[in-house]
Design a protein around this ligand. Structure first.
Ligand SMILES: NC(=O)c1ccc[n+]([C@@H]2O[C@H](COP(=O)([O-])OP(=O)(O)OC[C@H]3O[C@@H](n4cnc5c(N)ncnc54)[C@H](OP(=O)(O)O)[C@@H]3O)[C@@H](O)[C@H]2O)c1
Length: 277
């Protein structure tokens, strides 16, 4: 298949869980490049991959080598260094009229516990992680709209997600799985996130998107249902973690910037997909 010339895509954090599946989804359609951090022989040999340490390297060198028209940020690493790296990315996108797709988190709302949050709600966080995501979001929201898409993600599951792999490992080792009975969340999975991002690129969708399920679930009930689906042999031990006495919401519901029906999801779809995996 001939790759579209329309875009050159650079994924920051392409060796990670989300960066990796986004790379797989896009690389047959676009010239796609990525960064990795941890030493890895396969990436070293691959000309589409660049080793990058956010605390040490200047992202500008990779940007100048790849000349992406789209940058997808799926990084982890030191927060202060990430803020500086994103400043450099912003300089690049303004200069080269390109587009940044930033993976943000439901944690930008973690100081609001009484309601779920929508795209236009004011962000507020009590956590260092949430503060850091807000700082980058605010920097991006000051730019002309045509340069930026912010994707706020809830917890992302999927058969190969670190969260599920860790739970299955706990189960095997007879160790407890942590659940938060008071926490009301929405959720998503890796396959839906990649389809959504592909659509957002094809249709040039800009602004803020909440990429979570349309429905809300209690964290403990959802995790138990997933475990029952994945492993019927081992009996799970649950460790209930209560952070408050009252129910607390951490949910990014889509309302204003809706994707087409087939790209929306319900929490049950995540369970069903695990069943048939
Ligand atoms: N997973 C979720 O449920 C979730 C939910 C909400 C938001 N998000 C956001 O989505 C993004 C990706 O998350 P993820 O779960 O896919 O993370 P991940 O699996 O930990 O991947 C992180 C990526 O960043 C790279 N990285 C780590 N430290 C680095 C450093 N010091 N310098 C340069 N690169 C470094 C990793 O490289 P190596 O692997 O090669 O070391 C990897 O490519 C993050 O921004 C996260 O905040 C994720």
């Amino acid at each position: 298949m001939k790759k579209e010339e329309k875009h050159r895509i650079l994924i920051l954090g392409a060796s990670g869980f989300l960066g990796g599946i986004i790379y797989k989804e896009l690389c047959s359609y676009f010239k796609t490049f990525g960064t990795y951090h941890t030493q890895n022989k396969n990436y070293e040999k691959n000309k589409h991959f660049f080793q990058y340490a956010v605390e040490e390297d200047d992202i500008y060198e990779i940007l100048n080598a790849v000349k992406p028209t789209i940058i997808i940020s799926a990084l982890r690493g030191d927060f202060a260094a990430q803020v500086i790296a994103h400043k450099h990315v912003v300089e690049y996108i303004l200069e080269h009229k390109s587009w940044l797709i930033f993976l943000s988190s439901a944690n930008v709302f973690d100081a609001y516990s009484k309601y779920p949050s929508y795209e236009d709600d004011k962000t507020l966080s009590n956590s260092i992680y949430g503060h850091f995501k807000i700082k980058i979001e605010n920097m991006l929201l000051r730019l002309p709209k045509k340069h930026v898409t912010i994707l706020r993600l809830p917890m992302v599951f999927g058969p190969q997600s670190p969260r599920i792999l860790e739970m299955l490992q706990n189960l095997k080792n007879n160790e407890p799985v942590e659940v938060f009975p008071n926490l009301i969340i929405n959720v998503t999975n890796d396959s839906k996130v990649t389809q959504q991002i592909h659509y957002i690129i094809n249709r040039n969708k800009l602004g803020i998107f909440h990429l979570g399920s349309n429905d809300l679930v209690h964290h403990d009930e959802f995790i138990k249902e997933m475990i029952d689906t994945l492993d019927s042999k081992n009996k799970a031990i649950y460790k209930k973690v209560f952070t408050t006495n009252e129910d607390r919401y951490l949910a990014v519901l889509p309302k204003h910037n809706l994707l087409p029906k087939h790209l929306q999801l319900s929490s049950q779809e995540i369970i069903s997909e695990l069943k048939y995996n």
